[in-house]
Design a protein around this ligand. Sequence first.
Ligand code: SF4
Length: 318
Amino acid sequence: MAAYIEAYNSGRLKEVSDQATKILASCVLCPRRCKVNRLKGEKGYCRTGAEPRVFSYLAHHGEEPPISGIHGSGTIFFSGCTMACVYCQNFEFSQEGGGREITHEELAESMLSLQKMKCHNINLVTPTHVMPQILTALLIAVKKGLRIPIVYNTSGYELEDIIGLLEGIVDIYLVDMRYNEDKASFAYSDAANYSNYNRGSVKRMYAQVGVGEFDGQGIMQKGIIIRHLVLPGGIAGTGGIMRFIADEISKDAYISLMSQYTPYYRACNFKEIDRKLSLQEYAYAQQAMEKYGLGNGWTQDSFGLARFAGVHIKPSFD
Ligand code: SF4
């Protein structure tokens, strides 16, 4: 059973939803701490007011196998972001305003229609700045029959206390660990002190959900998947991140080591990242995983195909 069902039944979901909505009056939902009154329509760094803004929602078959499964992950792409990565592949709606404002009821309906499409979960992409709106929509959706797990798909630029509110509500964290060093996070994502915020929040997420639980088909029901996008020239600091995961999270943690970096958006203005990753750079990243004894997760071969050690999806014929 999805965690939020129990939270709904006990009244905790409503309590947390009210508490989170109050934060919007002087918004400190993320490390930017803009303190704008979003309930009155003011906008901070994420350019989002009181209502959620959504670019699209669909059954996504390209996420990690235990998330996409057989029928796809019910993915909702939110507009706006608390970071500003110069290489963002979703820049059209994360940075440039694509998408439209919707009501909480519409957001709830989109969750329900994804469930109707047999998606395995509700995958909230870039949810940080609209977390209160998501919880309000969730209250409506649960009442109307939403039952599938929730995936909190975040850049990892999070405040620990805000993640703490989500205990017993979020089932699965799909979280980025992008940079080992703040110099890089500031230069390429305009995100100061990323590593501290990121590490603290990942620890908190892990404490809530543990390594991972799967159903009989190999679909994740609860847990954490740490995504790491390898950047050219070792800029992401892969070795340091792998060491942190091994020492402070778990050697069994599921890691998605991503090789698909492409210089989208404004990356052409940064010579050092204005290219794809070399095979050798990716091989170094794989070696770092091995060096620290991390064996669970997904790496990619030279054709970009995922290889995995751990859980295998079993076909479902229902
Ligand atoms: S969620 Fe948006 S308004 Fe709130 S602190 Fe973060 S960037 Fe600022």
